[in-house]
Write a protein that binds this ligand. Sequence first.
Ligand SMILES: Cc1cc2nc3c(=O)[nH]c(=O)nc-3n(C[C@H](O)[C@H](O)[C@H](O)COP(=O)(O)OP(=O)(O)OC[C@H]3O[C@@H](n4cnc5c(N)ncnc54)[C@H](O)[C@@H]3O)c2cc1C
Length: 404
Amino acid sequence: MSSAARVELAHVAQPRPAPAGGQALFDAARQAASVAVQHADQVDRDAAFPAQAVEALRAERLLGAMVPASHGGGGATLETIAGICRILGASCSATGMIYAMHQIQVACVVEHGLGSAWHGPFLERIASGQLLLASATSEEAIGGALRTSGCAVNEEGGRFHLLKMAPTISYGAHADGILITARRHADASPADQVLVCAEKSGYTLQNPTGWDTLGMRGTCSNGFRLEATGDPAQVLPVPFGEIADLTMTPVSHILWSALWIGIAGDALQRAKAFFQGQARARPGSLPPSAARVAEAVSLLQMMEGRLDLALARRRQRQADVAGGTSMSAAFTLAAEMNGLKTAVSTMALEVVQQAMLVCGMAGYKHGTPFSLGRHLRDLWSAPLMISNDRILANTASLLLADRS
Ligand SMILES: Cc1cc2nc3c(=O)[nH]c(=O)nc-3n(C[C@H](O)[C@H](O)[C@H](O)COP(=O)(O)OP(=O)(O)OC[C@H]3O[C@@H](n4cnc5c(N)ncnc54)[C@H](O)[C@@H]3O)c2cc1C
């Protein structure tokens, strides 16, 4: 498929109008997406970091989009960032995922470090230098259990030292900083965690494992032996449990969902173009795949509705936190955010499967305007990125404890 045709298709699969103040950022995202789409197949084929797309994000100053204006950033809302993830996801899933993961880290620093003497200037550096942040929460022998760490922060002589065997750090080798979960100190329990902001000059990444995967190949999510040192003030001043509940988990589920909707939306756009071509070839009769297109559109709308609701609920929750909130409301919100992730990750895959059945061989083959292999492979990461089974088990525990 020519890159021009793909840009055109990607542009049809756009989010709804930009939220107030977000139009300029959406325009910038479309500009970056037009670069990303040109390299998406090569990035996927070679499992290569999407360097040109990330440079375009930097040039458009999108890496600092969520940093408050008071700290030199774009001051974008989560709604706007979700819209950008969707635009990018429709052009290159890896670029979209890198952008989403970076913004999840930025959100944690903004919401829990803005007033801190170390993290305020860190946010200014992110905006002025367009720094790219990665994440190291998973750990060998622990897997995707976000709220458990084996490694610990060790303080000595006014410096900290931390060694983590990380099985997956997306774009770790290309990042300017990594947010790392660890136990608070060597004697802390596995659940007594903190989040450490490590800058590139203060860590080493050694013994990279391979990254030859089914999909999301351009995220370059190799494992590493991660060793970090620095000023103890780099530890965010709030327990990680609070950061995870209030920010990391809901923001991850919202931004990942937006990105997955973008990927599914692009697949659906291809199926619609195929279906409309069939209809034009035989005027007066509906192509056999008509019902599948209609069903896929309805699934996409359900995902959009679910995402909108999650964004509204999170806004409400932030207002409640400011004024004090009940335990039961917190449980309900956590269960809803978990449901968003498990539902959208499953439905987005269903949409691509329907689109594949609509396009048939034209979707199955590589290099046609209707190719869907990359969409399908990339979206298979969605139910695994923090396993849906793990999330559903967590939701079930929340519901057991809920007395509302
Ligand atoms: C594209 C991609 C990028 C990623 N990037 C990063 C990154 O940048 N940083 C990072 O830290 N991590 C990253 N991860 C890892 C991710 O966050 C999870 O840690 C990882 O997907 C979980 O790996 P796992 O399936 O091997 O392990 P587990 O979560 O341990 O799951 C293994 C299996 O056990 C089952 N299981 C385990 N525990 C339970 C339970 N309690 N209840 C029910 N079932 C259970 C699950 O069904 C699953 O099939 C990335 C993953 C992907 C796919």
